[in-house]
Design a protein around this ligand. Structure first.
Ligand SMILES: *[C@@H]1O[C@H](CO)[C@@H](O)[C@H](O)[C@H]1NC(C)=O
Ligand SMILES: *[C@@H]1O[C@H](CO)[C@@H](O)[C@H](O)[C@H]1NC(C)=O
Ligand SMILES: CC(=O)N[C@H]1CO[C@H](CO)[C@@H](O)[C@@H]1O
Length: 127
């Protein structure tokens, strides 16, 4: 079981409200200058340590959209999109911080590019 991160508990609001908040976030970001998209993969002890849940929580705090999932080879992978500075903050978190009981050995980023609009309305865990 993953202990719910603080902010996740705070947004444990009704689904409709959450959807509204996410739409507002996406709308706000779409007018905030150049947008970036990057794919990531995290290597280390990143499964069975609530990594995806903390990633989702952090992405929502920072204000980026995209997704996260674990892979059959024991890594965590996904995509981050948003204003460049926020994407950079998320890249740093994915490289250096992670969930409290994780151990990040290496994070690789690929397919980094400028995009004209966000392709997601929120940041979500994919199963
Ligand atoms: C988040 O986005 C995914 C697709 O990107 C969508 O399926 C899901 O309904 C969204 N969730 C909310 C709460 O808006
Ligand atoms: C990360 O690197 C591995 C090879 O070490 C590669 O297979 C994978 O596609 C990369 N993932 C991303 C998201 O760049
Ligand atoms: C710890 C955990 O949830 N591992 C799962 C991550 O995803 C792979 C592939 O979908 C599953 O096989 C693991 O059980």
């Amino acid at each position: 079981m993953c202990p719910l991160p603080l902010a996740a508990a705070a947004v444990a609001a009704p689904r409709a409200l959450l959807r509204l908040l996410n739409r507002g976030l996406a709308a706000a970001m779409s007018t905030a200058g150049p947008l970036k998209s990057v794919d990531y993969e995290v290597f280390g002890r990143v499964q069975g340590v609530c990594f995806r849940m903390y990633t989702e929580d952090e992405a929502r705090k920072i204000g980026v959209v995209g997704w996260v999932k674990n892979t059959s080879k024991g890594t965590v992978t996904g995509q981050v999109q948003g204003p460049e500075d926020k994407v950079n903050s998320m890249k740093s978190w994915l490289s250096k911080i992670g969930s409290p009981s994780s151990r990040i050995d290496r994070t690789n980023f690929s397919n980094e590019k400028t995009i004209s609009k966000l392709e997601y309305s929120n940041f979500s865990i994919r199963y």
